[in-house]
Each structure stands twice: as C-alpha cells, then as structure tokens.
Design a protein around this ligand. Structure first.
Ligand code: HXC
Length: 512
C-alpha cells in the first residue's frame, strides 16, 4: 500500500471510529431504551444526504479522574448543518453513548461553533438534547460551557429561530438552554426535564414523585407549559420540527417562505353562519372555525393541552404563514387567565420577531375573577398579552365572533392597540360587560322580573352588537361568518407591505 493510500485508509478508519460513538454495546442500550442515536436522529430530521458534520474528531482535553485514558472522537455531541425541505439549518445532537452526552469544555465548543455559524448565516438552530448534564469530571469547565451556550441562546433570540427537542434526560441547569429557545418538543415516556430530580425533591420537600410525574412530557405539556409540543415517538418529534420550520422564516430579516397552494381563496363555508350559538352562554369549538378557514384545513397547534381556553398555532392563507391566536369558548368560556395570557403573549412576540402576521379570533368574556388569579398576578400576566400585541408591528387582523368584553376587548388585538383590519360578525357583542351584569350595576332600583328583562334587552340592543363599534370606526367591517377566509386573505394582501417600527429604545420593559 502506498503511503498516500495509507493516509486515505486512516481517514476512513477515523471516520468509522467516530461514527461508532460509544460503541455497539452502548448503542444497543440506547435502542433498548426506545431511543435513537444522535446520528440516527439527525438522519431522520434532515433531508436525505444533506447533513455535513463538523468537528467529528474533536476529543476532550481533561486529565482529571483518569480521563486522559478515555477519549472518544466527537466527545458526546454531533454537530453540523443540513437542510429541511431544502432550507439550511444548523443542528447539534447530544450523543448519549459517549460519556452520557455530558457537557465537557470541548463538547460545548462544538455547539458554540455551530451557534455562531447559525447567527452568521441567518439559519435556524435545532438542538437535540439527550444528556446526563455537566461532565462531572470537568467541573467548572462544563459550567462555563453551559453559560457560553446560554449567552448565545439569548443573543440569538429574535434573530434566528431556535428549536429544542428533548429526547432523553435534560436536568439541572441544562434545562435553561432549551428554556430560552423558541420551542420545546418532548417525547412521551422517554424524555424528562427538571431543575432538581426526584431524589433531591424527596430530600428537600419530602414529596414522593416519579421522574415522569415531575418532568415527563405530559407534565410539561399540560401542567407547566414548558413544552410546546409532545410527540408519540422520536420520529414523530423530528417530523414535527420539520413541519414547524416550514412555517417560519430562517431569520428575522426574512419573511416566511410562501408555500404553493391549491385551496380556493374565495372558498366560503355556509356552515359557519350557524357556528355561533343563538344563546350567548352556549359554548362552541373555535377550532371548527380555524380548520374551516385556513388552507387545506391544516392547523399546526402549539401547546394544545396547556391553557386550552386560548388556542395558538400556525396555519397558512393563500400559501402565506400566519400565527393564529383565538379564545376558545369551549374551555372556561374562553376567559383570559394567567396561563392563557402568558401562553399567547409569548406566541405573539415570536410571530412579531419573525415577521409572521397575526390573525386573532375573539370571543372573550373578560379576565377570570378570583383570589387565585389576583394573588397569582393576573394583573402583570394579563399585561404581558396587552404589551405583546401593542408592540407587535406585523400585520394584525382581528375577527370578533361573539363576546369582546371589557379590558379583554382592548387586549385582543383591538384597533386601539394597532389592529390593522378589525372585522366583527353580526353576532358580536362589544361592550364593557355582559348585559345581565351591566344592568345590575347601573339600575340599582328595585325592579320586577319583567322590568329587569326589559332593561337587559335594552342594554343588549344598545351595546351587545357590533354596530356601535362599527359606527365609531373601531370595527372596519361587519362580515358574514361564511366569508371569513376570503376576508382574511384580502386583509393579508392589503397589509402585505406593512412596514412599521416602534420608537428606538434599548429594549422595552415587558411586565415579567
Ligand atoms: C459524565 C456521565 C454523566 C455526567 C452520565 N454519564 N452522566 N459522565 N458526566 N454528567 C455516563 C455514565 O458514567 C455512563 O458511562 C453513561 O454516561 C451512561 O450513564 P448511565 O448512568 O449508565 O445511564 P442511565 O442509567 O440511563 O442514567 C442516566 C442518568 C444518569 C439518569 C442521566 O447517568 C445520571 O444520573 N447521570 C448524572 C446526572 C447528573 O447528576 N449530572 C450533573 C447534573 S448538574 P459508561 O461509561 O458507564 O457508559 C448539571 C449542572 C448543569 O448538569 C449546570 C448548567 C448551568
């Protein structure tokens, strides 16, 4: 063999060694736990053959605890870039088969390199997390690596989309990198996130709790609101990421990429004219309206199980991405409470940061009364949504389907806080409060049942309709529900070139 052939042979060997990660035994263990390896995950996530790996031969530089005798190429994380539907993305995937995917100084440096590249090239960053946390043998070096990543997560926020999949353990301070990113996707039964694990919880608070109860996908999906999406399997999670990337632009200077569409822009749905019940106290499912009006009835819902009284998610109209925010009358009558305000405020800010127009469907009886809400700070949490809508400069299209009462009317993308096109259905009731409550406050004198009913009727006729607001120009047009899709598409076309900026400042002071 010539010396040149030897050199090529060596490269092939090195590649093979690196690709074997922590070895077949550990790969088998990973599979037995229902998990894929880092490279398998990347292959599922990215377009076939598109992934380019960087820093494959990087090894750690630790000399403590005999680590100098144990070096594995790649050092527990696979990093590089590839494509999702032909669009560039940067990816890191922690390799649990190598030192439990734990974070060493060199492992962190590999992640930092692609984070810097993602910012330089203006492309999304996708992190596939599966790690035992800080490399215990490296101490402060590992903590420094984490903090360097956190810093870049913050600097990248609002510049490039950042998406985190949790595909195994993610504990301690390690949770804070995903927490800063825009979306967290977890997998049922095989992933968990917590700041302190069940043993520490037991020692400190004497609570008995399993890993799954404390930080599994269902907990974070429905109770804490930490996870935005939950998948049934890793493959499902990775497909969700691909779908999500399709709705969002690569960076804050781009518009979302238009998709080819075949759905008729003039499609009317007569059944929508009977969606809103006659009885204003009766619920209905706002998702029926959403599914009916969007392209191909395709709605990509975010956080479906957390604060279900507010629906958020992505869809397209005439091929253009929008973010939909909608009160859900089917859940707590669509009331605004702490969780629904925080959930939707963050979503509104994401859409605004990435030039995604907002379509808001309003049926809201107001803010949820009660001590638990007041003590929990509904004032500052509700203010987040108000703040988010007011500062959003993307096109804002609003449709009031039924109730728009009190402060909640103002908050939900009203004309007064910058709504560009504000529609209402003939069934809309835009008032300070519901007719029954209003009459009880303004008419203190004793009345017979019949007189009370008359007064309520009078209030309803005067205010519980869209016409007072339309007369004042606060509603641009009263539309038939069947026309909703066409009207939204018209409004999106009209606002297409909207360019607006808020006063220059270092940053605002959103009520956190
Ligand atoms: C070094 C680690 C490691 C770590 C796991 N390994 N975690 N090596 N540093 N943090 C190694 C193990 O030694 C083992 O190596 C291999 O990874 C697989 O680990 P197992 O324990 O066999 O796997 P499993 O039974 O599935 O348990 C997974 C685990 C457990 C629950 C994650 O490994 C674990 O509890 N690890 C320690 C978690 C932890 O306390 N991390 C530090 C938290 S503090 P071999 O060679 O046997 O295959 C932290 C702070 C971050 O992270 C702060 C940021 C600001």
């Amino acid at each position: 063999m010539s010396s040149q052939q030897n050199k090529y042979e060596r490269l092939t060997e090195r590649n093979k060694e690196a690709e074997a990660g922590g070895g077949q035994d550990r790969i088998d263990r990973q599979h037995a736990a229902g998990r894929n390896t880092a490279r398998e995950r990347i292959a599922i996530l990215t377009d076939p053959g598109s992934f380019v790996e960087l820093d494959k031969f990087v090894v750690h530089r630790s000399h403590d605890f005999g680590m100098e005798k144990s070096k594995i190429q790649g050092d527990g994380v696979v990093t590089g870039y590839g494509k999702v539907d032909g669009r560039l993305v940067y990816v890191y995937a922690q390799d649990f088969t190598v030192f439990g995917g734990s974070m060493s100084r060199t492992n962190a440096n590999k992640i930092l390199k692609i984070m810097d590249l993602a910012m330089k090239m203006g492309a999304p960053l996708i992190g596939l997390n599966d790690s035992g946390g800080a490399r215990i043998q490296e101490g402060i070096e590992s903590l420094a690596g984490y903090a360097d990543i956190f810093y870049r997560n913050v600097m990248s926020s609002g510049v490039i989309p950042q998406i985190s999949a949790i595909l195994g353990p993610c504990a301690g301070g390690a949770v804070y990198s995903p927490a800063i990113t825009d979306f967290i996707i977890m997998v049922k039964d095989t992933s968990y996130m917590f700041v302190t694990g069940p043993e520490v919880v037991k020692a400190v608070t004497h609570e008995d709790v399993t890993k799954e109860e404390l930080g599994g996908a269902s907990t974070h999906h429905s109770v804490s609101g930490v996870a935005h999406l939950t998948a049934d399997s890793e493959e499902h999670a990775l497909m969700m990421i691909r779908e999500l990337v399709g709705y969002i632009p690569s960076n804050n200077l781009e518009e979302p990429h238009p998709h080819p569409f075949t759905d008729d822009v003039n499609r009317e749905d007569e059944s929508l004219n009977s969606l809103i019940p006659e009885d204003p106290n009766k619920a209905y499912d706002i998702k029926e309206l959403i599914h009916s009006i969007v392209d191909d009835h395709n709605f990509f819902e975010i956080q479906p199980a957390f604060a279900p009284n507010m629906i958020i998610g992505f869809a397209r109209f005439a091929g253009r991405s929008v973010g939909i925010v909608a009160n859900q009358p089917n859940s707590l009558a669509g009331v605004l409470d702490i969780n629904s305000s925080v959930k939707s405020a963050r979503f509104v800010r994401f859409c605004d940061a990435f030039n995604i127009p907002l379509v808001t469907l309003v049926d809201v009886p107001g803010f949820l009364p009660g001590t638990s809400q007041e003590y929990g700070g509904i004032i500052r949490h509700g203010a987040k949504l108000l703040y988010a809508y007011a500062e959003a400069t993307v096109p804002k299209i609003t449709i009031i389907t039924r109730k728009a009462y009190g402060g909640a009317y103002d908050v939900m993308s009203s004309k007064h806080i910058g709504g560009d096109v504000n529609y209402a259905y003939p069934t809309a009731e835009i008032a300070v409060m519901g007719a029954d409550g209003a009459v009880k406050i303004i008419s203190r004198e004793k009345m017979t049942e019949a007189e009370l009913a008359d007064k309520i009727e009078e209030y309803r006729d005067t205010f519980a309709n869209p016409y007072k607001a339309a007369e004042l120009g606060y509603i641009d047009e009263v539309i038939f529900p069947a026309q909703t899709r066409t009207k939204i598409i018209q409004a999106l076309e009209m606002t297409q070139n909207k360019h607006m900026s808020n006063p220059l400042k270092k940053h605002g002071n959103i009520p956190l």
